[in-house]
Design a protein around this ligand. Structure first.
Ligand code: PLP
Length: 389
């Protein structure tokens, strides 16, 4: 991977030290241009003329195929969604709930990974219990095991947690869950695009992913993997055009698709789904394993440097099995918002983190396009702030 060439693809990198891919990943010149090209094509030849329509639909299906390959699952198991939350809600409203059913989430979920379950709690009396995210795999799995009981119906976890970037042991979680007849959904917001993910091997029941972070594919487009055996079992919640066939006016029978398409409804932002495919293509061209290796090297540099700065407390894991591109730290008692502002004054874009706990800090998302020099610049900035407090 030639980093100088890669960096030319992302103009933002000449304007700031961009370390918030965990918030929203930058989009490339090529993707922004292609979205514009597609709109111009539709503008000039008509969005609904057969040729334009079929060109765009075929390209959208290429994105579905690229997504399926990225996760090593069948193409028919991928539904297009608009956000991680949509995938979570497909499951929340697709399973049957009775009072007393239990759902296990982690202590570090994003609102997308907990609000759908709290909604079920308020509607049906489902219980939501939390397992503490811990760095020791055996401790985590043993605490998870202790929480599973005959009422547990679903485990919903971030594959990589949003605040501290812990990578949870997905395969072991699924195996433990399935031994107990419990289904598993992962929120893949912070994982997809960071490292290789083989959902066939992990064996989860559902996986919700988004284009707008580590896949660098832009806002408002996402995907949902549903294990083939669940396609028929999962009830439909919202539905409409493209989920199946309803014979206009002759009879009122609905025939749903027999693939994950049945969870899709309504018209789509076709250019943006095509952009998601281009983004996956770009990741593939660099090689997901190369991306993972580079990110791991950069984050090691960042972690090691941070640990040498007085008043820094690292909040992210250090065990390589658990680390990702997300490195979160606290500096003395400075609030994350203030730390973030101090960084912004130096043109460094991170994100305040751990807002919902009594510990505050800054989340740095290190992506493959970041450089060693940028991280040194960040470390100097943290040192400088540390000296002033
Ligand atoms: C773990 C996690 N889940 C979900 C999201 C976003 O979810 P949605 O696509 O529903 O906005 C984020 C970040 O925005 C996140 O960090």
């Amino acid at each position: 991977m030639n980093i100088d060439d890669v960096r030319k693809d992302f103009p933002v990198l000449s304007n700031s030290v961009y370390l918030n891919t965990g918030g929203t990943g930058p989009i490339s010149v090529k993707i922004a241009k292609e979205i514009q090209n597609i709109y111009e094509y539709a503008r000039d030849y008509g969005p609904d003329t057969p040729k334009v329509k079929s060109d765009l639909e075929n390209r959208m299906e290429e994105t579905r195929s690229l997504s399926a390959n990225l996760f090593n699952v069948p193409i028919n198991a991928i539904a297009f969604t608009r956000a991680i939350s949509e995938g979570m809600n497909i499951v929340a409203h697709g399973m049957d709930w009775v009072k007393g059913d239990e759902i296990i989430v982690s202590s570090e979920e994003h609102p997308s990974g907990i609000m759908p379950w709290l909604n079920l709690r308020d509607k049906f009396g489902v219980k939501v219990v939390k397992v503490k995210v811990s760095e020791d795999k055996n401790t985590f799995l043993s605490e998870l095991n202790d929480l599973i009981n005959k009422n547990t119906k679903l485990i919903s976890l971030s594959h990589v947690t949003t605040d501290t970037g812990h990578k949870l042991p997905a395969k072991e979680i699924c195996s433990l869950a399935h031994e107990n007849g419990v289904a598993v959904i992962f929120d893949g917001a912070q994982s997809a695009g960071q490292f290789s993910i083989d959902l066939n091997d992990i064996d989860c029941d559902f996986y919700s992913f988004t284009a707008h972070k580590w896949l660098l594919g832009g806002w408002g487009v996402a995907g949902f993997y549903v294990k083939p055996e669940w396609i028929e079992k999962l009830n439909i919640s919202w539905t409409g055009a493209y989920a199946g066939i309803w014979d206009r006016g002759l009879k009122d029978d609905v025939v749903y698709e027999t693939t994950a398409h049945k969870f899709e409804f309504g018209g789509r932002q076709k250019p943006l789904y095509i952009a998601m495919g281009l983004a996956i293509d770009y990741i593939n061209s660099l090689g997901i394993n190369n991306i993972e290796k580079r990110v791991s090297k950069l984050t090691e540099q960042l972690r090691a440097g941070l640990l040498e700065i007085p008043k820094v407390t690292l909040r992210s894991p250090v065990d390589l099995d658990f680390t990702t591109g997300i490195v979160t730290f606290s500096l003395g008692n400075i609030h994350g918002d203030q730390l973030s502002e101090e960084m912004l004054k130096r043109n460094i874009l991170g994100r305040p983190s751990l807002r919902h706990t009594d510990i505050s800090g800054l989340r740095i998302s290190t992506a493959f396009f970041n450089t060693e020099d940028e991280l040194d610049f960040v470390l100097n900035a943290v040192s400088d702030i540390s000296n002033k407090i």
